[in-house]
Design a protein around this ligand. Structure first.
Ligand code: HEM
Length: 411
């Protein structure tokens, strides 16, 4: 729980603290470079990084905007002529962030992307069911109906991705102008790397690797961002004065117009609100590492193979670090940025991780959340419905157990 030790572990020379080994049944979901060890991770991160640069994200603005517009249109239809309507926004945000990843990752192959998202959701449900039963080694190989379904889904995802990747690779090789989606950018960066090394297998990623990365985008980017939107809706309902301040900022920057990336990057109040939401409700509550050799941490020597748990959520709720008002929603903590937010002036905000393995999609997630909230706040005021039950619980991430029912009022 000591932020200095957490930072030390997350920044120590790569290779000394590794990601934990993944239970084989989770591998269909938790894959890609986030789970690789040092060498393969470094290669993948180098190739994927350019796809997340701010100027590339700007090219994805239309995709973000279209998805948010669809959400708003649906809400406007639901509200209809009545002034107020009750809606569970949790599944709404899950669908939105799934749509955003489908569009930004796969561009014109959006429909196939959407199918992949549906399959991964079903895979996650099957895995959660499996994890609730007693673990029997080798059981996953038996042809039970659940295991057969899991295998079938894995095959379908892979074949969809394989055909999309091969189609795109061919098009790029034959000189077709590349699209601004994550898959295209990743293939382009991969081809560049391969050319530099002269040979596909040495420099770049294989089709299999790219498949794993695409699956990772959904796993890492969909649920986490919908959780951020969800708890922001809850906290802005409980603190209407902050909802009003956010709306004022939106009106000042965009008026009634469509939000754009340049405007989103000017938002100060919204930035403070999102950081405070991420502090109180970090979507990823805990990071894990294992020692790869005997290592000293905080005066204690741990032998090779020890699992270390870094409980971000406890650090974010520690009154010694943040002050006695630690449990209160006070976005003003972040007025001077994240490095100055804690009372005792140490960097103790870890929602996106820290060090070389810090979240690759941080700018992506923040831009998406700002775009979505700006468009909602331009049109609606919202408050919690009396049927809402506050029950954050962790299913890998910090979700609302009974959904998030809010009352929407048309402005
Ligand atoms: C609010 C939203 C998000 C949160 C809170 C979040 C949080 C995190 C955290 C804590 C890590 C570090 C894990 C560790 O060190 O063990 C991480 C890694 C990662 N995130 Fe995110 N994430 C978010 C959104 C996204 C999005 C939208 C994407 C992609 C579209 C994404 C892609 C990744 C990737 C690829 C990694 C692995 C980085 C590496 O190992 O090199 N994330 N994220």
């Amino acid at each position: 729980m000591d932020p200095n030790l957490v930072r030390e572990i997350l920044t120590t020379k790569s290779g000394h603290f590794l990601k934990p080994k993944i239970n084989p049944i989770w591998k269909v979901l938790v894959t890609g470079h986030a789970s690789y060890d040092v060498e393969k991770w470094a290669k993948c991160r180098r190739i994927i990084n350019p796809a997340f640069h701010v100027e590339k994200l700007k090219l994805m603005q239309p995709a973000f905007f279209n998805c948010c517009s669809e959400l708003i249109k649906r809400w406007e239809n639901i509200v209809g002529s009545s002034e107020t309507f009750e809606l569970d926004v949790w599944p709404e945000f899950q669908n939105l962030t799934g749509d955003v990843i489908s569009r930004t990752a796969f561009g014109s192959s959006y429909e196939e992307g959407r199918r992949i998202f549906q399959i991964q959701t079903e895979q996650a449900e099957l895995l959660i069911q499996a994890s609730r039963t007693v673990y029997i080694p080798g059981f996953r190989f038996l042809p039970t109906s659940m295991n057969r379904r899991r295998k079938h889904l894995d095959k379908e995802v892979r074949s969809l991705l394989r055909s999309m990747i091969e189609k795109r690779e061919k098009a790029i090789k034959y000189g077709e102008k590349n699209s601004a989606d994550l898959l295209g950018l990743m293939i382009e960066s991969n081809l560049k790397e391969s050319e530099e090394h002269g040979k596909f297998e040495i420099g770049g990623l294989s089709v299999e690797d790219i498949i794993e990365e695409c699956k990772l985008f959904y796993f890492a980017g969909q649920e986490t961002t919908s959780i951020l939107l969800n708890w922001t809706a809850v906290l802005l309902s409980v603190y209407p004065s902050w909802q009003e301040r956010a709306r004022e900022e939106i009106m000042q920057i965009f008026g009634e117009n469509a939000p754009d990336f340049d405007g989103l990057s000017q938002m100060k109040i919204m930035n403070m609100i999102l950081h405070e939401v991420l502090r109180l409700y970090p979507p990823v509550v805990l990071l894990s590492r294992r020692t790869n050799k005997s290592m000293e941490v905080g005066g204690i020597t741990y032998p090779k193979g020890v699992m270390l748990s870094l409980p971000l959520i406890f650090i974010h709720h520690d009154p010694d670090i943040w002050g006695e008002d630690v449990h209160e929603f006070k976005p003003e903590r972040f007025t001077d940025g994240i490095s100055k937010a804690a009372k005792n002036n140490q960097m103790a905000f870890f929602s996106f991780g820290w060090g070389p393995r810090m979240c690759l999609g941080q700018n992506f997630a923040m831009a998406e959340a700002k775009m979505c909230l700006s468009m909602i706040l331009q049109r609606f005021r919202f408050e919690l419905s009396p049927s809402y039950i506050h029950a954050p619980y962790t299913v890998l991430t910090l979700q609302p157990q009974h959904g998030t029912q809010v009352l929407l009022h048309k402005l």
